[in-house]
Design a protein around this ligand. Structure first.
Ligand code: SF4
Length: 511
């Protein structure tokens, strides 16, 4: 059995993924999305650009033959090559001394080999079994932060390296974005790494399938998403409720509140002593469970008014919701490439209720240098309707207007009054109602209302990939796909606003 550094990395993020990669039915696994493939390509380019600064050697061995790879790497270490790129480190588990508290409990007797692929091995003065030199590991990550999982994997490289060269590397490095060097605290991370390794081996050797837990952040790009989501749906798993984080779920488990039914019947007062459910979170979570359980829309706080301290006041007046029904309304959505800080599309749907017309305007930077031009085109358009509210979904649009105004030194009178016209539909939804859905993202809400995107695969990440591909290939169909997606986002925002406005008007009744 092989335990690799990439398994250890996956294990830090989601133990279930490591389990499924080995024991799962591969027919249930999806393909990596275009965005995931782009991230992999970007990381690889970054790694190549960093190592090009070093005069390295690569071990020569037949593709896929790990044993030969490990041997070739050891040969380079033995002759004292200064930098080794793409080396393979492999040792038997029995040669590694784990800390006593991390001893491996095994039910069977499969021998275990640890395999790791540090990006660079760097020769330093010191002592090892090879002579008066020693190697230290360096990992290269296209990341702003030295995430804990990266540090733990680097500690894994250091541990295996120590076993091979018979001496501990004193340092281990991470290179991050903008070539920032980060020194990994080995003393601290080795302990955590060994604990994770012990748990990982125990899970694999005993075929213990970890419970599913859907989290948008970690699951979105995972190739097992559809399969895990189907399992979670069948179980009505609480992780499908907005607001249930892994920490909150751990508390609910301790309280034996693991079903939708039990959570929906809970008195929020019973949760309020837990910090995870403070500041009204308990109420929200219980209402969310009720909404899904009963498949109905609930006005926020309508059930619990007056029972708890520090809760938000219920909205009792439709006018307070900022959803104005104006003669002309604008619906605004931006497409951006955050990595290079580029906002390449401003889409605006103009809904003129006086003439019952809807027209979509697109301002698109076919070239990144056109960003300034489309910013001013956008301003020209919105000032044609000087008192129309500008509806958008989430905060990005408002933040971007401030950012672009600063970047292009736009006179205050041209942009500042716009801020008062912005209405964040997402904020109004989340402040006023609880819906029987899995997430308050634009797609989830609009789809629940029956709205469909013309291209069901389109999303923000895909749009980033299309734009990048357009810049590389000049294929105009990619731009067309982005425009259609953005137009649908604007229409979805309109659809939600219209529905919500009607719903609140009926329920609150005092417009
Ligand atoms: S979809 Fe989520 S829960 Fe399932 S394996 Fe992937 S990361 Fe883990």
């Amino acid at each position: 059995m092989f335990i690799t550094d990439s398994q250890l990395l996956s294990y830090q993020r989601c133990p279930r993924k490591v389990f499924l990669d080995i024991y799962g039915d591969f027919k249930q696994e999806g393909f990596p999305s275009d965005f995931l493939q782009k991230l992999i390509r970007d990381s690889s380019k970054f790694r190549s650009s960093i190592v090009s600064n070093y005069n390295y050697q690569i071990p020569d061995y037949p593709n896929g033959n790990l044993i030969a790879g490990a041997k070739a790497t050891e040969q380079l270490m033995a002759v004292g090559v200064d930098f080794i790129y793409q080396g393979v480190l492999m040792v038997e588990q029995s040669t590694i001394k784990l800390l006593p508290q991390n001893s491996i409990h095994s039910n069977n007797f499969l021998s275990i080999n640890f395999v790791s692929y540090p990006d660079l091995l760097i020769k330093q003065p010191g002592y090892s079994r090879f002579g008066d030199w020693i190697y230290i590991p360096m990992n290269i990550k296209l990341s702003k932060r030295p995430k804990l999982e990266y540090q733990i994997v680097t500690a894994f490289h250091a541990q295996i390296l120590a076993s091979i060269q018979e001496n501990w590397p004193e340092i281990a490095w991470l290179i991050l974005e903008k070539e920032r060097l980060y020194k990994v605290n080995l003393e601290q991370r080795i302990q955590q790494m060994q604990k994770s390794i012990s748990e990982l081996i125990f899970m694999l050797q005993n075929s213990l399938e970890p419970e599913v837990f859907i989290s948008r952040q970690k699951c979105n790009l995972c190739t097992w998403y559809s399969s895990c989501h189907a399992v979670a749906e069948a179980q009505k798993h609480l992780s499908l409720l907005p607001g249930i984080t892994s920490n909150r779920y751990a508390v609910l488990k301790r309280l034996n509140l693991t079903t939708l039914e039990s959570l929906s019947k809970t008195n929020p007062n019973d949760l309020k002593s837990y910090p995870e459910f403070a500041n009204g979170v308990g109420i929200q979570v219980v209402q969310q469970a009720q909404s899904v359980q009963e498949n109905k829309v609930i006005l926020r706080n309508e059930k619990f008014t007056g029972k708890l301290e520090n809760q938000a006041l219920p909205i009792t007046n439709y006018k307070l919701t900022k959803l104005v029904n104006a003669p002309v309304e604008l619906y605004f959505d931006i497409e951006a490439q955050p990595k290079i800080k580029l906002d390449y599309l401003h889409g605006v749907l103009v809904v003129d209720k006086r003439y019952n017309t809807k027209k979509f305007y697109v301002h698109l930077a076919e070239n990144p240098l056109d960003e300034k031009m489309i910013w001013y085109q956008f301003l020209d358009l919105v000032w044609k309707y000087p008192i129309a509210p500008i509806y958008h979904f989430c905060e990005y649009e408002i933040q971007t207007v401030k950012k672009l105004a600063k970047l292009y030194k736009t006179p205050t009178y041209q942009w500042k009054p716009l801020l008062k016209r912005f209405v964040d539909v997402h904020q109004v939804v989340t402040q006023t109602i609880t819906l029987p859905i899995e997430s308050y993202a634009l797609k989830n809400i609009a789809r629940w209302l029956g709205f469909e995107w013309r291209n069901p695969q389109a999303n923000g990440a895909q749009s980033v990939c299309w734009y990048e591909e357009w810049l590389e290939t000049g294929d105009r169909s990619l731009l067309d796909a982005i425009v259609i997606y953005n137009e649908d986002d604007c229409y979805a925002t309109y659809y939600i606003k219209e529905w919500l406005s009607k719903f609140l008007e009926e329920r609150l009744g005092n417009k």
